[in-house]
Ligand binder design. Structure first.
Ligand SMILES: [Zn+2]
Length: 347
């Protein structure tokens, strides 16, 4: 089968590899119909070191179940399913607490250990706990929005939850990538009154406004902090969704959150120690977040997608075939595209 393999910095290829197949009795084999390229895929694309093992990329997908292992109870061939970026058994203590990304039998797709979904097919471990059957056909018009339940919509929602967004709150979203834009949707959905988007790309800002952002701050660093204070009567916001992961983004987050407020971080951190911990301490700021347990959020978000109350699929501004995936990485890396949806030709 054809699949996406990252070999080194900027070196992503579509290759013939052995077909995905069932290995464990709890596995499902899924023919991928839609996948996508994630902002987090760009980190290894930019930073992979010589000598690292090649990596089979992709952790977001919708597909059709082709086969299930002997122990799988809730799925059958032909089911249209959405695949969260992490697999989980759905039964362990952490899954029961809704923290599926810490599942004791779980793991992440698109790593060196587990093959990714930017491919014609993917093996899904712990299939009963991981996959959610969608009540639609494989070519439903809602596919783009449903696909965001794999990662970016659930991740934006997680940032909002970790940042304690609620009715009437003032919220800032740092990052105008797909996750930040979904964070705007999530903040509005949870009742935020003011939503300030920190970003500078005109197309992304326009989408943020369409999703419910009330204010735009395009400055950076100290200027951004001053602008947010000016927009919030000098106090800062209750909630910051930190959707970037850099030291500078976290410094800005702590600079713009009001005393007693919360920062929800979902950008993979590229710093060792959390910066600005002294002001965070003196202002009693909560810093929370981590990899989103998107599996836990699918039941909550799915009705809003199916009934059209939210349209996170608008973050996809480019569609590519599997063979065009390397150009999709390039386009996202050069900020030509917000997020690329990959349509695979089903087998
Ligand atoms: Zn578990």
């Amino acid at each position: 089968m054809r699949a996406t393999v990252l070999h080194g910095r900027g070196d992503v290829r579509i290759e013939n590899i052995p077909d995905a197949r069932l290995i464990e009795p709890s596995d499902a084999l899924v023919a991928v119909t839609r996948a996508c390229i994630c902002g987090s895929d760009l980190w290894p694309y930019q930073l992979m070191k010589p000598g690292e093992n090649p990596r089979r990329m992709g952790h977001e997908a919708i597909g059709v179940v082709e086969a299930v292992g002997a122990n799988v109870r809730t799925l059958k061939a032909g089911d249209v399913v959405v695949m969260p970026f992490a697999y989980s058994d759905g039964t362990c203590i952490f899954c029961q607490e809704g923290l599926h990304t810490s599942c004791v039998r779980g793991g992440f797709f698109g790593t060196v250990e587990v093959a990714g979904a930017q491919a014609e097919a993917v093996r899904v471990p712990q299939a009963d706990g991981t996959l959610v059957v969608l009540p639609v056909g494989a070519d439903d018009a809602l596919m783009p929005s449903l696909l965001t339940l794999s990662d970016v919509m659930g991740t934006g929602h997680h940032a909002a939850r970790a940042a304690k967004v609620g009715r009437g709150k003032m919220v800032a979203v740092i990052g105008d990538g797909a996750v930040g834009l979904c964070g705007v949707i999530a903040a509005r959905r949870l009742g935020a009154e003011q939503i300030i988007i920190l970003g500078r790309h005109p197309d992304r800002i326009a989408l943020a406004k369409a999703f419910g952002a009330t204010d735009v701050v395009s400055e950076r660093g100290e200027e951004a902090v001053a602008r947010v204070h000016a927009l919030t009567r000098g106090f800062g916001v209750h909630s910051v969704l930190e959707c970037v992961g850099t030291d500078q983004a976290m410094r800005t987050a702590i600079g713009i959150v009001r005393p007693g407020g919360a920062v929800g971080r979902v950008g993979v951190p590229h710093y060792e120690a959390i910066p600005a911990s002294e002001p965070a301490f003196y202002n009693n700021v909560t810093v929370g977040g981590g990899p989103a347990p998107v599996r836990a959020y699918i039941e909550e978000l799915l009705p809003d997608v199916l009934e059209g109350r939210i349209e996170p699929g608008r973050v996809f501004d480019r569609v590519s075939s599997l063979e065009q995936v390397p150009d999709g990485y390039r386009a996202m890396n050069q900020r030509e595209a917000i997020k690329v949806m990959v349509k695979t030709s089903s087998r």
